[in-house]
Design a protein. Structure first.
Length: 201
């Protein structure tokens, strides 16, 4: 009996393991993370990612505030002739003006979606804060979703100001938050592809 107990304790005892050049503690009962190692939660790194996300949020809100105060809707300031303007647009839809022309119900739909995205992103960021690319992507999505949610909550619309175009064709105006969300989504796809490639090799 004592021998069995000792064996059980040895199996559960945490020991150092090097994963991707980092030394981590692991045990048999710990959950696996996405990279195949043991849990990668780190309160310190989680705090750093939150701080970085807060900086993105401040940048997003500060730029929106500036354009809202200095331009009227429809105004534009040429930056690169024939390609890029700064403008002011009130977007009642989602990113890149998706469903902007609906009757107003989309405000609550997209607010609810943003809240769900924020909650899920926070949980995943806590669990995987040591995985740099994945955590960075989550932080970008989190800060972008929160930035646009603040707009919808305060004004009922999202403030857009980046206008790229060719000739008479204009890509729907967007903002820093939209950019962060798109970069975050791309980062998650790249992270997943890297994970699949490592598994196959």
């Amino acid at each position: 009996m004592p021998a069995l107990r000792l064996q059980s304790l040895r199996r559960r005892r945490k020991a150092p393991l090097r994963i991707n050049g980092e030394e981590r503690l692991f045990c048999e009962d710990c959950p696996l993370d996405r990279s195949g190692g043991r849990t990668s939660a780190s309160p310190a790194r989680f705090s750093l990612w939150i701080a970085f996300g807060f900086l993105i949020l401040i940048l997003d809100q500060a730029t929106k505030f500036w354009f809202e105060r200095h331009l009227d809707p429809g105004d534009f300031v040429p930056v690169i002739d024939g390609f890029f303007n700064l403008t002011l647009a009130h977007n009642y839809g989602a990113a890149f003006s998706f469903l902007a022309s609906m009757g107003g119900w989309q405000r609550w739909l997209f607010s609810a979606i943003a809240l769900a995205v924020i909650v899920v992103s926070l949980r995943l960021l806590w669990k995987h804060s040591r995985q740099t690319l994945f955590a960075l992507s989550l932080t970008l999505i989190l800060s972008g979703a929160l930035g646009n949610l603040i707009d919808r909550s305060l004004w009922g619309y999202v403030i857009d100001f980046l206008d790229f175009y060719l000739g008479t064709w204009h890509w729907p105006a967007f903002n820093i938050a939209d950019t962060a969300i798109c970069l975050g989504a791309a980062g998650i796809i790249i992270d997943e592809l890297i994970g699949v490639s490592k598994e196959r090799s």
